[in-house]
Ligand binder design. Structure first.
Ligand code: GLN
Length: 238
């Protein structure tokens, strides 16, 4: 069976509200099924492995985004090529913003993105904060926690990952949450999102195997506990 290579981008700087848990959830769901997996952390200056199957990046404070900003922007051509090649990516909040064209912080600092996703983000003084849920066509209801000052607008080449209630999501206004193109998914949901959205976890694994030409079924896992966690979070919006 093919070994899946999970790459964890900037584990030190870009990990808030448990986002590193997304890496643990994917690794665990593979291990429970007896499927081989390696996890490679990539920090500032480290090369991105050429055999990356799934790239994961978490959220960060504006300051942390500034710290990794130049390094991230310098990877733009490679990240765009990987996206075009169907590499699976899950980008949370700060990393989602930087996969777009630009993030302008609420203090007016311009952080260049890499243009993998056709989105732009502008910070503003008020933050969108709380548990949130997002209804998606590919993985049902996703549940997580959002806390961001950046408001994201989708361009014509970006589709929303899903729909959410007014006052939440990308910008609090248009009901969209996250973005998707090919196998690249961005979302504001922390938590970590995959711990409360097991269908999305398996959707990402399936995308990676499909891309590698591996057709085996993923054995079902008892997801009663993550589903209960999701239900409790939905009942506590703030
Ligand atoms: N610093 C960004 C913002 O506030 C991202 C925050 C995050 O990753 N939670 O919009």
């Amino acid at each position: 069976m093919k070994t899946l290579t999970l790459v964890h981008l900037y584990p030190r700087e870009m990990n808030i509200y448990g986002d590193t848990g997304n890496v643990l959830v994917l690794r665990r769901r593979l291990q429970w099924r007896g499927l081989p997996v390696t996890v490679t952390p990539v920090s500032v200056g480290d090369p991105l492995p050429h055999d990356t199957d799934i790239l994961l990046g978490g959220g960060g404070q504006d300051a942390a985004q500034g710290e990794i900003g130049a390094d991230f922007a310098g990877r733009g051509a490679q990240l765009r090529a990987m996206a075009d090649d169907g590499v699976v990516m899950l980008a949370i909040c700060g990393t989602f913003q930087m996969l777009g064209h630009e993030f302008v912080t609420h203090e007016g600092r311009h952080l260049a993105g890499v243009g993998v996703l056709d989105v732009v983000t502008h910070g503003q003084p008020e933050r969108l904060i709380g548990n949130n849920w997002v209804d998606t066509p590919q993985a049902g209801r996703l549940v997580g926690y959002e806390n961001h000052s950046g408001l994201t607008t989708l361009g014509p080449d970006a589709a929303a990952l899903g729909r959410t209630q007014t006052g939440r999501g990308n910008n609090g206004k248009d009901g969209t949450e996250g973005a998707v193109r090919d196998n690249v998914l961005g979302t504001y949901l922390h938590g970590p999102v995959l711990a409360k959205s097991p269908r999305l976890a398996d959707d990402l694994l399936r995308r990676a195997y499909d891309r590698a030409g591996v057709t085996s079924e993923l054995e079902p896992i008892d997801d009663a506990l993550p589903e209960l966690a999701a239900k409790v979070a939905v009942g506590r919006p703030r």
